[in-house]
Design a protein around this ligand. Structure first.
Ligand SMILES: Cc1cc2nc3c(=O)[nH]c(=O)nc-3n(C[C@H](O)[C@H](O)[C@H](O)COP(=O)(O)OP(=O)(O)OC[C@H]3O[C@@H](n4cnc5c(N)ncnc54)[C@H](O)[C@@H]3O)c2cc1C
Length: 276
């Protein structure tokens, strides 16, 4: 079987490709959106069995997104939807919406560790989005306790980096459920990732991270060409502030309200949409 993967997240495309290839399924291409998927499928001469709209349509949502991902139409004619991009906010406001729901997510939080502004320090999002190139030895400083650090470690180790996760909690991925954590650990250890829990990063230097054990206070050094920060996010409410007083009803959902998890963002969105 030949597969073409279409998803806007590089990490998801990558994980899915690894999973499929591990099961002997050939991945013939990757696309970042519906339009790319259709074009690539034509170029590779892959028959598109289903109209892409059918794939995007979700019966639980009252929305259908067209196959070029440029328009949205609702099944309920009394509700109008329009895609407004960052650059045409004033055009969006000119339509005098009855309500605006802000879902701008979060920006990455940087800790107050000396050396955090050095050029070889970045965040998990920067690394996963390819905005920063990793060095050979990478230290991930994790204070989030969830997926960000281990998935970034997995991503980098797969590309040949020698990765250490330094985390002040009792274990890396403490907030991840037991079953998933075991699978994740199997991947990390098989890729040679080193986990150093109960350890704080106390200083970042150009070629290493200085650490202190949470309980013994023993200090240590981990060599690093790149340092990645996983300290969670802080609400990106810039757009919310900009819109205050300009629209009749203003709502905020997901990480823009408070950085949490995907299911919280979905629940917030569902609640707000139903209330409207
Ligand atoms: C590395 C990493 C791994 C994670 N892993 C998990 C996990 O395994 N499970 C889990 O439940 N959660 C995970 N999370 C958390 C989860 O991704 C978030 O809680 C969730 O994505 C929040 O959804 P959201 O819609 O509020 O914001 P986002 O998904 O961040 O979406 C916000 C969107 O708004 C856009 N935007 C920002 N400003 C503007 C503007 N002015 N105009 C227009 N658009 C704008 C942004 O570009 C972005 O596309 C992870 C987070 C990170 C960083």
């Amino acid at each position: 079987m030949k597969i073409l993967i279409a998803d806007d997240h590089a990490l998801f495309r990558d994980s899915l490709r690894s999973l499929l290839e591990a099961h002997g399924i050939e991945v013939v291409g990757e696309a970042k959106n519906g339009r790319e998927a259709v074009e690539l499928a034509r170029r590779l001469n892959i028959p598109v069995a289903t109209d892409l709209r059918g794939l995007i349509e979700d019966p639980r949502l009252d929305l259908v997104i067209d196959d070029r991902l440029t328009a949205v139409r609702g099944r309920r004619p009394e509700i109008e939807y329009d895609l407004v991009t960052v650059n045409d906010l004033s055009a969006g406001l000119a339509q005098r919406p009855d309500a605006v729901i802000v879902a701008t997510g979060a920006t990455q939080r940087l800790p107050d560790i000396p050396g955090v502004k050095l050029p070889h320090v970045s965040t998990t999002v920067d690394m996963l989005m390819g905005r920063t190139a990793p060095g050979r030895r990478v230290v991930i400083v994790d204070e989030e306790g969830y997926f960000a650090a281990p998935t970034t470690a997995d991503f980098l180790a797969e590309r040949g980096a020698q990765v250490t996760i330094v985390c002040r909690y009792f274990m890396v991925g403490e907030d991840i459920d037991e079953g998933t954590r075991s699978d994740l650990y199997a991947r990390l250890f098989s890729r040679g990732v080193t986990l150093q829990p109960m350890t704080r990063a106390i200083e970042i230097l150009p070629h290493c991270v200085r650490t202190r054990h949470t309980f013994s206070n023993a200090e240590g050094v981990v060599e690093a060409d790149s340092v990645v920060i996983a300290f969670g996010g802080k609400a990106d409410d810039a757009l919310l502030r900009e819109l205050e007083g300009k629209v009749a009803e203003l709502k905020v959902i997901g990480d823009a309200y408070s950085p949490r998890r995907v299911h919280d963002a979905i629940l917030d969105g569902t609640r707000v949409a139903r209330a409207l």
